[in-house]
Design a protein around this ligand. Sequence first.
Ligand SMILES: [Zn+2]
Length: 397
Amino acid sequence: MSVFADLVGQDEAVETLRRAAAAAARIVAGAADGGNGAMTHAWIFTGPPGSGRSVAARALAAALQCERDGVGCGECHGCHTVLGATHADVRFVVPEGLSIGVNEMRALVLRAGSAPSGGKWQAVVIEDADRLTEAAGNALLKAIEEPPPRTVFLLCTPSTHPDDISVTIRSRCRVVPLRQPPAEAVAEVLVRRDGIAPDLAAWAAAAAQGHVGRAKRLANDPEARGRREAVLAVPRRLSSVGACFDAASALIEAAEAEAATAFSDNDSTERAALEQALGAGGTGRGAAGAMRGAAGQLKELEKKQKSRSTRSQRDALDRALVDLAAFYRDVLVTGLKAPVAVVHRDTAEQAAAAAGKWTPESTLRRLEAVLACREAIEQNVKPKIAVEAMMLNLWRG
Ligand SMILES: [Zn+2]
């Protein structure tokens, strides 16, 4: 199946990428620019979470290495190894912490400058390029300004807003905007690719609001469904100040629990591997010195793990807030009798009841309280404080 098959509901972007990969193959074959300027050396993929930014970047990287003239057949050795992240000329930067540091970026830029071992292209895929530190951004900019002839940079960011990517980097890149895929397209891919029953797929696609990965998780994982239900129960639990604080604690703890299940195994495996590599427990000559160096490296690893866990908690909390915002949006569209579908079909009744009780203005204030909370956390306000303030505003309306 084509490497572009998983780009759900993105026909225009796929067309652009197909043309680029075909031109790139002509360049490899000796043409000056592949004929029509369809190929360029730096790309930015933008779109809301789950729209497939990294899927698109990976698909283009695969098509560039495809042995069938850049078709992106999905079947040849080139396509396979890129999709499996084992191709020697394609590197993926996936930030696990809150930011991508300058040292990581410098090392990457250096390696990306060497000639492609497979004779085609060197590709660097940077997921979450909005998390580049300023220094890392500058290191990357230098490489993008004077790119080696066969090196391609593929950046993924939520938008081209200066908060997400520097204006100078953006000005050197071609932008491929991805849209939030329609629920029907997401449901279709869950059925076709993952073998999920059509009813469940349709429900999960709507509940996930166009986020393909989240839709799949909701369809497959009962715990993810349980966490979502708990979040959607919040509005009807807010009956007093005390209940607001309880709901805030519960929401934060759920996000922490979700982050912990994702990483705790990983953390201890990493630590054990590092200890073993450092020869912990050695008693020979030089062991004391080695242990002092080892302590530094263990500390570094702990720092990295902590940053990764903080990021993961924030992502989990943000997902919960997006679900909650959609509930108030449902109340609003139900109250205004707007001709659009509700996001959460399973709480449509509660949304209708709330619409009968609240004025549109007070519903809108509640929706804004959720959005303000997301923004505050993004600006580094302590999550507990931001969520408590939000709960009080949701209660008062
Ligand atoms: Zn191929």
